[in-house]
Design a protein around this ligand. Structure first.
Ligand code: KG4
Ligand code: ZN
Length: 336
């Protein structure tokens, strides 16, 4: 089966074509314009998607060396995300599906991230699997008993972990997004230089809270002078990152043990974080879990992951009606 995927939920305009588990083309155009504002400006994102969607999709077909008639279906992110940005992809794909007379599938962005991980694996996924979803907008632990079947065990009550990285980066005077920068600077730092808090939530075993971590960084920075901040920037990044990652690893392992899952996967932009990957690998080795790590290109937003999730729907004949609309606050639900 050949599927076109389109992703426009935030600030990447992306199109990909996959044939079963192989990626024939993957085009990701990242909108540079937002970096000067220190975050994504929704209206600018929508306008850039409108400008980029056609050339990005055309390039995907050219790279794959196939015609539009050769695809079996089209998949598009319809939520969660920025409404104006989502609308561009959804309307474009609905129009193209109608013109080609092919089925189209609206895909949940989080489900896409999960399938971005599975796209990176050589073997077929084994269930049950615990997924840790860590992106700029989401932090959740999900149990999957089968394909397209999700039980959310816990999620963040306030900021997502990616947001904690980005807001932390801003407080430290780093560029946007802060996550990759903190990761890079932390490589040369001491994670025990300062102990930032790890949030433990009463009666919410798999819940997270990241707003306190960001505030504790602000309070800490207000208490030191510019010189100290400069000299110890790597150490502060390493300590902050350690606090953010610690809780993720502990709760993911706990969930896998409780739900007797032998497999653990991570997905979303923060799955690119080097400390999270290494710490989780250590913990999985210790507790004898099989860790599914996504390739770095399939961690941050891309359309190959959307096409891969769409293919799983298409295989089961689960397709969307032309009345499907963008849904900014869409939550992850089982499709079967
Ligand atoms: O999944 P994604 O591309 O977009 C959303 O769906 O939100 O995730 C973007 C997030 C940003 O917060 C970014 O800072 C974070 O992923 N990120 C990282 C790393 N690479 C990307 N955070 C920590 N370490 C990284 N290496
Ligand atoms: Zn994402």
């Amino acid at each position: 089966m050949i599927v076109l995927g389109v992703e426009t939920s935030c600030d990447e305009t992306s199109a990909a074509i996959i044939s079963d588990n192989s990626v024939l083309a993957s085009v990701v155009s990242s909108q540079e314009i937002h970096s000067q504002f220190g975050g994504v400006v929704p209206e600018l994102a929508s306008r850039a998607h409108v400008r980029l969607i056609v050339p990005v999709v055309e390039k995907a077909f050219k790279d794959a060396g196939i015609t539009k008639q050769e695809i079996d279906g089209l998949a598009v992110t319809y939520g969660p995300g920025l409404v104006g940005a989502l609308l561009v992809g959804v309307n474009y794909v609905k129009g193209l599906a109608l013109a080609l007379n092919k089925p189209f599938i609206g895909v949940n962005h989080i489900e896409g991230h999960i399938y971005g991980n599975l796209l990176s694996q050589q073997e077929d996924v084994k269930f049950p699997i615990i997924f840790l979803i860590v992106s700029g907008g989401h932090t959740q632990i999900v149990l999957m008993q089968d394909h397209l079947t999700y039980t959310i065990l816990g999620k963040t009550r306030d900021d997502a972990v990616g947001e904690a990285f980005d807001k932390g980066g801003k407080l430290l005077g780093l560029g946007y997004p802060g996550g990759p920068e903190i990761d890079r600077l932390a490589q040369e730092g001491d994670p025990e230089f300062h102990r930032f808090p790890r949030a433990v939530l009463k009666n919410d075993t798999y819940g997270f809270s990241y707003s306190g971590l960001k505030t504790s960084l602000l309070v800490y920075l207000n208490g030191i002078d510019e010189q100290e901040k400069k000299v110890h920037l790597n150490d502060i990044c390493a300590s902050y990152q350690a606090a953010a990652v610690d809780v993720l690893v502990t709760k993911t392992i706990k969930a896998a043990r409780e739900y007797k899952a032998k497999q653990i996967g991570i997905a979303g932009g923060v799955a690119a974080n080097s400390l999270l990957r290494s710490q989780l690998q250590l913990a999985c080795d210790k507790h004898k879990f099989n860790l599914y790590l996504p390739d770095l290109v399939y961690c941050t937003d891309n359309a190959a992951m959307i096409a891969r999730a769409g293919l799983e729907h298409l295989k089961r004949n689960i397709v969307s009606p032309q009345s499907l609309n963008a849904f900014p606050s869409l939550i992850l639900e089982s499709a079967v």
